[in-house]
Write a protein that binds this ligand. Structure first.
Ligand SMILES: [Zn+2]
Length: 430
């Protein structure tokens, strides 16, 4: 390979700068979009030498393939010496993180917002103006349920490696609890993708608020049971809030390795050991030692299996960020299509068009592997082929890299508004 320009520098000793609360500050980090046109695994080895953090990649189109990476100050010179074509996406990552705003507590209910006069008031919509600590997300879910007591219950889907319960909410319509096919949502499987739990909660809030006054919402909830798990990786999520903002995986330790964390979304026990996952415990895409060997995957997979064995799963969405994609099956192979692929393609494209109507935000749509990259052991392949889901998607929310995972809090509500418009199209047409 002509690429083997052996690295002529010693791997830098990068000691994370931390603030008084022990949180990594990312002082001096820059984020680059790098056009590699080289073998991905060779590039990843270079990233490791640079102690750089892989944020995102797109291998879908050869001429546009790229990695987004965060480079620590100690490695900027060595990275420059590699002479890649690179564009600066974020000049000062620490400043960008500061723009996310402080974590805010649960704001309480707003007595003027009631979905049902006989029920409790809904939480104040100011919830969607900021990001929040994990414990407050649980308070928020409990309050949502109290505001919709005849049509909802809190649910759990197993527990995490650190023994946190994976919490969610089940909503149903006029047919009664559990009487219809499922719509099943997972948020925040990747810990750093904070916008996903906020948007999943926004959508849940809108369903409850509008059930009695929006025909599309009422018809949808009368025809489907929603099973919603806003944060399926609670340990990783907490870790992003207390220590390392850009952490991706769970927090599982394994004997024989000092590396922490398995990628829950490369751990699904279907087409698990193929291209698009890593066998290296230190990798962000580490798939685990065996298929399905993370407690989080076990919990959310068994929950999905139960739904599949019951009324079936009509639509599954694994909510991610960033990149603005609506991804249909399959991830494990770019040349395989689902039996209903033509309908999936049309639905995804039109859902994207419906999203764009609010603010012009463009979502790229298509098969996961063909559009973005190969993903062995990913959720939508399992949900399609094993759980028999008609439409099993991954949606990558805002943005396309300007802020990446660190999306300013001011973009939570617009992200929710456009996603709700997209979902209303999908529900009406699927
Ligand atoms: Zn993700």
């Amino acid at each position: 390979m002509k690429f083997l320009q052996i690295l002529v520098f010693v791997a830098p000793l990068v000691l994370a700068t931390r603030d008084r609360q022990g949180k990594e500050t990312y002082d001096g980090y820059k984020v680059f979009r790098v056009s590699t046109k080289v073998d991905a695994s060779a590039f990843e080895e270079q990233l490791e030498s640079l102690a750089a953090i892989e944020l995102s990649r797109n291998h879908g189109h050869i001429d546009a393939q790229h990695f987004d990476i965060a480079v620590p100050p100690e490695s900027l010179e060595a990275f420059g010496a590699l002479n890649y074509t690179a564009e600066v996406l974020i000049e000062d990552l620490a400043a960008d993180i500061a723009l996310e705003g402080d974590l805010e507590g649960y704001p309480g209910v707003d007595f003027s917002i009631q979905a049902d006069q006989a029920a409790a008031a809904l939480p104040s919509a100011t919830w969607f103006n900021a990001y929040h600590p994990y414990a407050d997300h649980l308070t928020f879910l409990t309050a949502l349920q109290a505001a919709f007591p005849s049509n909802s219950e809190l649910i759990t889907a197993g527990s995490s490696f650190e023994k946190r319960t994976i919490q969610g909410i089940h909503l149903w319509g006029s047919g009664g609890k559990g009487s219809k096919p499922a719509i099943y949502w997972h948020g925040n499987v990747h810990a750093r993708e904070w916008i996903t739990s906020m948007v999943v909660e926004y959508l849940t809030y809108q369903i409850i608020l509008n059930y009695n006054n929006d025909t599309t919402v009422k018809t949808t909830l009368d025809n489907y049971d929603f099973y919603i798990l806003p944060i399926v990786n609670p340990d990783g999520f907490v870790y992003t809030q207390t220590s390392t903002r850009l952490w991706r995986k769970n927090r599982q330790t394994r004997s024989g390795s000092s590396a922490v964390g398995t990628d829950i979304n490369r751990n699904w026990p279907y087409m698990w050991d193929g291209e698009g996952s890593s066998t290296s415990p230190g990798s962000g895409q580490y798939r685990g030692a065996a298929a399905g060997d993370t407690p989080e995957n076990t919990g959310i997979r068994k929950y999905g299996d139960t739904l599949a064995a019951g009324r079936g799963v009509k639509n599954y969405i694994d909510w991610h960020s960033y990149g603005q994609y609506i991804l249909t099956p399959y991830g494990y192979d770019c040349s395989v299509s689902a039996s209903n692929q033509a309908k999936q393609n049309t639905l995804a494209a039109n859902t994207g068009a419906a999203i764009a109507k609010s603010y012009g935000t463009r979502f790229t749509t298509g098969g996961t592997c063909a559009t973005l990259y190969a993903t062995a052991g990913g959720s939508n392949d399992y949900m399609t082929d094993v759980a028999g889901t008609e439409f099993a998607w991954a949606i990558e929310l805002r943005d396309t890299g300007a802020n990446g995972f660190v999306l300013p809090a001011a973009q939570i509500v617009p992200s929710g508004i456009e996603a709700f418009a997209g979902m209303k199209y999908l529900w009406t047409n699927m």
